[in-house]
Ligand binder design. Sequence first.
Ligand code: HEM
Length: 451
Amino acid sequence: MALATAAPPVPPMPGRLPLAGHAVQMFRNPLKFFQSVSERGGLVRIWLGTKQAYVVSDHDMLYDILVRKAKSFEKGMQFDQARPLLGNGILLSEGDFHRRQRLLMQPAFHHTRVAAYVEVMRESASEVFDGWRDGQEVTMYDMFYELAVRIVIKALFSTDMVEQDVAQVYRSMPIVISGVEKRAAIPPALLDRLPTRSSREFHSSVARLYAMGRRIIADYRAQGRKPDQDDLMTLLFAAQDGGNKEMTDKQIQDEFMTLLTAGSETTPSAMSWSAMLLGRHPEVQRRLQEEVDTVVGDRPVAAEDLRALDYTRRVIQEALRLYPPVWALGRKCVQDVELGGHHIAAGTEVLYSIYAVHHDPKLYENPEAFDPDRWLPERAKGVPRSAFMPFGAGVRNCIGESFSWFETQTVLATMAQQWTVQPVSAEPVKPVAMGALVPGPLPMKVVRRAK
Ligand code: HEM
């Protein structure tokens, strides 16, 4: 390729250690690592162990990977660790099979369908907020996590055993996610040979979640389809009943685990960061509460209100920019491709951090500042599409994007009707880059609004 020789060489990241490469720095402080790589250039070479990979920090090159040249890439090594949990579900499947599954499942996530889930979202949120006491300290992340699990289970899977299932996911999923992460750093074969408590807990938690999935599937089959039911499980079963041979029970199980994981790890992060930011910016919280008072008043939040809750949406958008729940991802190049004038050979692993893009001073004025009004149409028109991608882009973008917006807006607006949230400490909240980017447990004081 002529371009390959014409382009300047891709700069290597300094600080490579023998054998470990940059793995130690990356695991020790991943956000800082990706930001420091981004300061070196849009495309930089790093080493994970002895294996070379590229880090893309240029938003336009990233758009090439996700959209314009997406055919040259598949999900990368980072996703392989999740395969024992998610199988060939929609997050990990590739090619025509992925396309067919996506088309099949899409209707359950269409925004008109998602609007019907708002009642479940609002009811579940009210149950939590109605139970708070004035002045109580609430561990916000844990509360939002449990709430998000409840919402996904009720909305998408119509299970009759909500309490039992929520408790099971709440207990098992964090152990499973942290086990999957450990397996990304230490070879699973080695980890599983060590008879440690954490290894045992990982396997029994995976087994419990699988058993729950099998039970929900068996219940569906036993009950048959109810006439008014059009949730996700119903769509998957209808495909099976309609003779779709690919829709085996194992496939339904994989899709179940995928949606449960994707839907319960991400929105709690968005809701917690929004709450943290509201607590630290009382003027923003007041403005959001005033908007909710004007648009909704004291009646329950409804799907029709969400469009008018414009400021609430901007607050969430700014929280998603500052703290994107899915903060770093990767792809594997499957056919030679050109990126920013450089030749990338098939087989190369490419990593990128949307956190680094969202904090890039070339793209955002004063990037560390929390400024929801930067998303006002007249100010946002200068921001390129590829500078804000918390839900990814292209054919592999988030199927749950509308679901997430509806859920986050409904939950925050319902909370704002009754409560003001306040920090309990002046210490800055440090992001923890786990599966999702989370604020830790996030204790906050909740104060009943005087109206
Ligand atoms: C704030 C909340 C959320 C964020 C930030 C988020 C982010 C993302 C991102 C960045 C991707 C693309 C991954 C890639 O390019 O490799 C993705 C994919 C996906 N998300 Fe979400 N997500 C959120 C909520 C949800 C919810 C609530 C669900 C389902 C209930 C969901 C289900 C999925 C699925 C199934 C995929 C894979 C889609 C495909 O490959 O076709 N997500 N998400």
